[in-house]
Design a protein around this ligand. Structure first.
Ligand code: FE2
Length: 430
């Protein structure tokens, strides 16, 4: 049975397993011995390149030191495109590789998960596997994912997100594939590797974590095993994100966000997401903006939209964010959670609406590589009525939307999208 069929009445919950993980300072240095233990001989490394750092070089050289053959594909783009995945699949087949390593954030891990699924199906196009558990052959090559950001959680989740560039260029499509067969073989989360993550990425990835944590906590799935992790991840993010952003070499901040991102992903893995992610996917599809940035801009608007469906859950979130809710009614506490999220967003320097996201600022977000070939002629965010309509329609078709606590229709979601693009955050505080 497909998950989307289960979602409608929500009678059956499904737990999706996590891979083994190595966590903490220095854990990335174990990649060689771990790869050997798993039988790797010739590995395709997939990454954006992480230019400006020596992370890829050091990990590749460490693998070679342990006797592994390594082929590198370092052209993964932000919001990975189907052609990134298929180029890597070609390289893997051509070099007769037997294993994968991804180094980076969600883009590298997601592209790698898609490539593994494709390889297991004789190189069929990754876009054929959009949806829930579309793999027909679960026996795909082993994969070690090494994270260099605290945001994605892709190293431990069953989700990967790909932009399908084969659709109408005026109506591009970014989709989530949820596939148990895509789960990595080993996750490595080493906070020392986050030290090189720039301030703006750190902040934006941190809001991906807050979205991963808060969405399952209020989701229609109401999956009990996810709730504790979700709330704890909210707490850790509130405690550590400012420190990670403004003092990036501080281990406590980086390590706190490492655990926040890891357990937030484990919360949404079976607990579901909502329309923070759906709006984020839609805006990335049309404008190639950073996933975490999109989540940050959408989050306060979606919280305000969803609150009437679950004030109590948002009151818990307020408490997890450090608000003293004693003496408050549940709606008052929920409002305090919203205010705390806006305070956090402002404290870490994130643009307050999509209209404030300039072409230059999100070009920088494209992993330092400038506009990709698919988006090189795309304008800055338009935000007119037709743009709001097409983004809203993309949101309604997203796999994350059915989990949203409040019913989503074109009429109810459009104002949320409109406000995310052009609205003033102070409107939400009155
Ligand atoms: Fe996300």
């Amino acid at each position: 049975m497909q998950v989307d069929e289960l979602l409608k009445p929500f009678p059956i919950k499904e737990f999706h397993p996590f891979p083994r993980a190595l966590m903490g300072p220095g854990s990335h240095e174990l990649i060689g011995p771990e790869a050997l233990k798993m039988g790797f001989k010739k590995t395709l490394v997939m990454t954006s390149g992480l230019r400006g750092t020596d992370i890829v070089h050091k990990i590749v050289e460490s693998m070679k030191y342990h006797g592994l053959e390594v082929v590198v594909y370092d052209k993964v783009e932000s919001n990975p495109k189907d052609y990134n995945v298929m180029d890597a699949v070609g390289l893997y087949q051509q070099n007769h590789c037997d294993s994968f390593v991804s180094i980076g954030g969600g883009s590298s891990h997601d592209a790698c998960k898609g490539a593994r699924v494709s390889v297991a199906h004789d190189g069929r196009n990754v876009n054929e596997f959009e949806g829930f558990n579309k793999s027909e052959n679960p026996a795909n090559p082993p994969h070690i994912a090494v994270s260099t950001t605290a945001g994605t959680g892709s190293e431990t989740s069953w989700a990967y997100v790909i932009t399908d560039t084969t659709t109408d260029p005026d109506n591009p499509h970014k989709y989530v594939a949820f596939d148990d067969a895509s789960v990595t073989s080993l996750a490595i989360d080493d906070p020392v590797l986050y030290y090189d993550c720039p301030i703006d990425f750190t902040a934006q990835c941190g809001f991906d974590v807050l979205a991963h944590a808060s969405e399952p906590y209020v989701s229609r799935l109401n999956f009990e095993p996810s709730l504790g992790n979700a709330l704890h991840a909210v707490k850790l993010t509130s405690q550590h994100l400012r420190q990670a952003v403004w003092n990036g070499q501080d281990l406590a901040g980086r390590e706190g966000m490492m655990y926040a991102q890891y357990i937030a992903a484990q919360a949404f893995n079976s607990g579901g997401l909502g329309i923070i992610h759906s709006i984020s996917h839609a805006v990335s599809a049309f404008y190639d903006t950073h996933h975490g940035l999109n989540n940050a801009v959408a989050l306060p608007r979606v919280w305000a939209f969803n609150m009437p469906a679950c004030y109590g859950r948002f009151a818990d979130i307020a408490e997890a964010m450090g608000v003293d809710t004693r003496g408050m009614t549940r709606p008052q506490a929920a409002d305090a959670a919203l205010a705390a999220s806006i305070r956090l967003l402002r404290d870490v320097g994130i643009p307050e609406r999509f209209a404030d996201v300039t072409q230059s600022s999100y070009s920088k977000n494209r992993l330092g590589q400038g506009p990709t070939k698919y988006y090189e002629n795309s304008p800055a965010i338009i935000g007119d009525a037709a743009d709001v309509d097409r983004i809203t329609n993309h949101v309604l078709g997203d796999a994350c939307t059915p989990g949203n606590p409040k019913e989503c229709t074109f009429e109810t979601v459009r104002p949320v999208v409109e406000h995310s693009i052009n609205g003033d955050l102070d409107d939400l505080l009155t």
